[in-house]
Ligand binder design. Structure first.
Ligand code: GDD
Ligand code: MN
Length: 358
């Protein structure tokens, strides 16, 4: 009976050695390995994992470069395993590794999935830092339960265990976006999974800091939208289009303010457009392309290219709207068609030229 423990980690250097020691104590008598999946953390997490791996063949490390993301890290770690079972656990000691044998027993005994749960009898979520986090977490859980169609108390848990064969089966249907890998797995399954929840106490973080901020909640909304649309429209496009819609708002507000300030319509509109494009670049860089976020000089370079691409997009938008308007005089239709073609152009070209999405 062999188990791969997948540990996504980002800036967890100080937690690597304690994690291995804790697993060693918790998994006595079992055949196991641990796979740290690090996204090239600046603090040297991967070096630390490799230093341990050099002395202990049960320790492995995957270092991903140029990418970020909790879900995709977990997927790649799990797919690197050849064990019978895979478990996923946070790398910051907040999850209780001593519950792993009980989770393994549940799955070996016939369950599809064992989930470490803070929200069943005996579980405890006091390790969640702020009341705000608790509220957000509760709201997310309720929403997730609606979609997962499974009576799971802690669908947002990052602590679970399943047969590797099941993971392999579901892998190609995962979105891999954001940080809700468990929910992603449950939604990917065509059949209802037999789930066992194993209570545990969420510990406070010993070292380092949480990486999950308000932006990941936006990503969570994205995952839900993606599920509702059943993957027919790429998530990135939805995000890009929403940001674009927000840009239109910025444009109008600036235009009005500038005209009140005495600027001519032409100048005010130019100013509004430029401010909107800069705001859009910033938002897309933070949200849509969070995983490929440009920083420093590369962000400035990206901004310039983005302005050029969207400038061309605006010209195309106006040209198409004019041509259609000349043909059938429906202003709304012409303007909508122009905007639609503009956003598709901006999306397609900026993805490859600005954010270099592979
Ligand atoms: N490779 C990789 N890439 N690992 C990451 C990334 C990433 O982009 N972001 C976070 N991690 C790792 C962290 O290093 C940590 O080991 C684990 O993923 C969880 O991240 P935390 O930043 O510690 O999350 P949290 O404690 O705030 O959130 C907890 O509660 C959530 C539900 O509210 C975790 O238990 C989550 O798994 C859970 O979904
Ligand atoms: Mn944590």
């Amino acid at each position: 009976m062999s188990l791969s423990v997948i540990v996504p980690c980002y800036n967890e250097r100080a937690n690597i050695a304690p994690m291995v020691a804790a697993l060693d104590a918790a998994l006595k008598g079992l055949e196991w390995e641990v796979v740290f999946v690090d996204d090239d953390s600046p603090d040297g997490t991967a070096q630390q994992a490799r230093a341990l791996a050099a002395k202990d063949r049960r320790v492995r490390c995957i270092r991903r470069v140029g990418r970020r993301g909790l879900s995709s890290a977990v997927i790649e770690g799990a797919l690197s395993s050849s064990a019978d079972y895979v478990a996923v656990i946070d790398g910051d000691m907040q999850h209780d590794e001593t519950r792993l044998p009980a989770m393994l027993q549940a799955v070996a005994g016939g369950a599809d999935l064992a989930i470490g749960s803070r929200h069943v009898e005996g579980g405890d979520a006091t390790g969640l830092a702020s009341p705000m986090r608790v509220k957000l977490s509760d709201a997310g859980i309720r929403l997730a339960q609606l979609l997962a169609k499974a009576p799971v108390h802690d669908p947002m848990s990052g602590f679970f265990l399943l047969r590797r064969s099941l993971f392999e089966q579901l892998a190609s249907r995962l979105t891999g976006q954001g940080f809700k890998i468990l929910l992603d797995l449950m939604l990917a399954s065509p059949r209802r999974l037999a789930i066992v929840e194993v209570p545990y106490k969420f510990r406070p973080r010993a070292a380092g800091e949480s990486k999950l901020d308000a932006l990941v909640l936006v990503q969570f909304a994205g995952l839900l939208i993606d599920k509702i649309l059943r993957g027919t429209v790429p998530l990135r496009f939805i995000s890009f289009a929403l940001v674009g819609g927000f840009g239109v708002l910025v444009n109008v507000v600036i235009l009005e303010l500038a005209r009140h300030g005495g600027l001519s319509f032409g100048k005010a509109q130019t100013l509004g457009t430029i401010v909107a494009m800069i705001a859009n670049f910033q938002l897309n860089n933070q949200l849509t392309y969070r995983a490929q976020r440009l920083k420093g000089p590369r962000a400035w370079r990206g901004l310039v290219i983005f302005l050029l691409v969207c400038g061309l997009g605006a010209v195309a938008n106006i040209g198409i709207a004019r041509a259609l308007y000349a043909e059938n005089e429906s202003g709304l239709l012409a303007s909508a068609a122009g905007a639609a073609i503009g956003v598709v152009w901006n999306y397609a070209v900026s993805a490859t030229l600005v954010w270099r999405v592979r």
